[in-house]
Design a protein around this ligand. Structure first.
Ligand code: FCB
Length: 463
C-alpha cells in the first residue's frame, strides 16, 4: 500500500506512473475497494417481541418525541425479510459488503447476564446469509439502542455502562469473530452524546451539559475497553468506529472561536483520544475533568485499526447555546436535502484531507453517506425516479475519488441506506433508501438510484 509519505519521496518517474494508476483517474477507486450499504438494528429489524427493550422504545413513548408518532417495533421487517434485502444489495446494488448493527438488547435482553439464544441464532443466520452472497459483514456493535435495563442504572453518564459494553463486545467477539474481518465498535458517539444527552432530541432524552460530557467520556472509554476485549476474543478482526465528522467553519466573520469550539465538541472530542494517544482537546479538558480517572488516557487511547467516516453535511459555527457554540447558517447559499442537511460534496474531500494531514492518514472507509429526498410514485415501468439522490451520491463519490487520488487512504464507501427505514425522531418521514418499502405489505420497490449505484460498484468507478 502506497502511503502519502512514500509518494512524497518517490522519484518523478514513479510519481508519473502512479498518476496513471486507476485511483487517480477521475471517478475511479483503488482496487479492492469496498462498496456497501449501511443500516442499523433499531431502524430496520422490527420483530421487537423477540428482543429486550431499548431506550428508543422508551423514548418513542414520550408524547411528541417522534415526528409521526411511530416507534422502532416495525422497522422494515428486516429481521424476517433480510434475505430479500441482501439479494438486492448484492444483485442490483452491486455491493460486496453490508453494514448492519447488532442490537445489544437482542443479544442480551437485560444488557448483561444471560444472552438470548434466539438473538444469537438470528445473527448467525444473518451473517451466513451475507457470506453466502459475497457480502462482507460489517457489524456495528452499538448503533444507539442501549438496553433499557442499563439506562435504568444510569446509562452512558454512568461509568459502569462502559464496562458492560466491554462484556457485550467480548461475547460478540467470541461467538461471531470467526466470520468478522472488521468490526465497527460505536456508531456516531458524538451524535448520541449530543442529541441524546446534551439535548433531548434523541433517546435517552436527557438534556444537560454534565450528561453530555459524562456520556462522551464513557463512550470513549467503552470504545477502548471493547477494543481491548475484542482483540483478546477475536484477534484477527480489525477494529474502529464510525464517526460523524464534518469540516467546521465560522458562520460569519469573527466567529473563529465558535468554530474551534464546535470542532472540538463534534469532531475532536471523539477523534483525538483514539488517534492522538488518549489526549482530549485542551479546550474541553476542564469540562471533562470530573469524569476522568487515573489510567483512562491509556484506555481511551487504544489505537483503532481503521476509521469509519459518516459524512452528510458541513457545519458553520455560531457562538451561543448551552454549549457555547452551535450550528449556524451557511454564509453562502447551499442546496439542502429533505432532512435539511446542506449539500456540499467538496467538504467530504476536505475532511478526508484533514484525516490524512492531521491524524496520520488512517485507513478510512466512508461508513455512511446518503440523502433523503421526497420520492415520486413509481413510473409506468414501476421504477421510482430519484435523480436528486443519485446526483448526491455521485457528487460525493467523485469528491471521495479525488481525495483518494491525492493520497488519502480511502478503502471503501457505504451508502446510507438500502431501504427507506425508521429515521429515529423523524420516524418514517425521511426516505434515504435506494429501495422504497411499502409499509402495508413490506414490498420492496427499487428506485433508479439503486441501478446507478450498482453500475458504479461493478465498474469500481463513478461516472
Ligand atoms: C446518521 C445515523 C444513521 C442515519 C443517518 C441518516 O446520523 O448514524 O443511523 O440515521 O444519520
Amino acid at each position: 500500500m502506497l502511503t502519502r509519505r512514500a509518494l512524497m519521496g518517490a522519484p518523478l518517474a514513479a510519481a508519473a506512473a502512479l498518476s496513471a494508476a486507476p485511483a487517480t483517474a477521475a471517478g475511479a477507486f483503488p482496487p479492492g475497494f469496498t462498496w456497501g450499504f449501511a443500516a442499523a438494528s433499531a431502524q430496520t429489524e422490527g420483530d421487537a417481541a423477540s428482543r429486550g427493550r431499548s431506550i428508543w422504545d422508551d423514548f418513542a413513548e414520550r408524547p411528541g418525541a417522534i415526528k409521526d408518532g411511530s416507534n422502532p417495533s416495525e422497522g422494515t421487517d428486516f429481521a424476517r425479510r433480510f434475505a430479500e434485502d441482501l439479494d438486492l444489495a448484492a444483485g442490483r446494488g452491486g455491493a460486496n459488503a453490508f453494514r448492519f448493527s447488532f442490537a445489544w438488547p437482542r443479544v442480551l435482553p437485560e444488557g448483561a447476564g444471560a444472552p438470548s439464544a434466539a438473538g444469537l441464532a438470528f445473527y448467525d443466520r444473518l451473517l451466513d446469509a451475507m457470506l453466502a452472497r459475497g457480502l462482507e459483514p460489517w457489524p456495528t456493535l452499538y448503533h444507539w439502542d442501549l438496553p433499557s435495563a442499563l439506562q435504568a442504572r444510569g446509562g452512558w453518564p454512568e461509568r459502569d455502562t462502559a464496562l458492560r459494553f466491554a462484556d457485550y463486545a467480548e461475547l460478540v467477539g467470541r461467538r461471531f469473530g470467526d466470520r468478522l474481518r472488521r468490526v465497527l465498535v460505536l456508531n456516531e458517539a458524538e451524535i448520541h452524546a449530543m442529541e441524546g444527552h446534551g439535548k433531548d432530541s434523541h433517546a435517552p432524552g436527557l438534556a444537560s451539559r454534565e450528561a453530555f460530557f459524562a456520556a462522551a467520556h464513557h463512550l470513549n472509554l467503552g470504545q477502548g475497553l471493547a477494543m481491548r476485549a475484542l482483540r483478546a476474543a477475536a484477534p484477527g478482526t480489525a477494529l474502529g468506529s464510525a464517526m460523524s465528522l464534518r469540516p467546521v467553519r465560522p458562520a460569519k466573520p469573527g466567529e473563529d472561536a465558535a468554530a474551534e469550539r464546535l470542532d472540538a465538541l463534534s469532531n475532536r472530542l471523539f477523534l483525538d483520544p483514539p488517534f492522538r494517544a488518549g489526549r482530549y482537546p485542551a479546550i474541553l479538558e476542564a469540562e471533562l475533568a470530573p469524569w476522568l480517572r487515573e489510567g483512562d488516557a491509556a484506555l481511551v487511547g487504544q489505537r483503532p485499526d481503521l476509521l469509519g467516516v459518516n459524512y452528510y453535511a458541513p457545519a458553520f459555527a455560531a457562538a451561543g447555546g448551552p454549549f457555547g457554540a452551535e450550528q449556524g447558517d451557511s454564509p453562502y447559499p447551499l442546496p439542502a436535502t429533505r432532512m435539511g442537511f446542506m449539500v456540499e460534496p467538496e467538504s467530504l474531500a476536505t475532511l478526508l484531507r484533514r484525516l490524512r494531514d492531521e491524524y496520520g492518514n488512517p485507513p478510512v472507509w466512508i461508513t455512511e453517506n446518503g440523502a433523503s429526498y421526497e420520492d415520486p410514485a413509481p413510473d409506468a415501468a414501476g421504477v421510482i425516479q430519484d435523480p436528486e439522490r443519485r446526483d448526491y451520491l455521485r457528487d460525493h463519490l467523485l469528491a471521495a475519488s479525488r481525495a483518494a487520488a491525492e493520497g488519502c487512504d480511502l478503502r471503501g464507501y457505504f451508502c446510507w441506506t438500502l431501504t427507506d427505514n425508521w429515521e429515529w425522531a423523524k420516524g418514517y418521514t425521511q426516505p434515504f433508501g435506494l429501495v422504497a418499502v411499502d409499509r402495508a405489505t413490506g414490498r420492496r420497490v427499487p428506485k433508479a438510484s439503486l441501478d446507478a449505484f450498482g453500475g458504479w460498484a461493478r465498474a469500481n468507478r463513478v461516472a
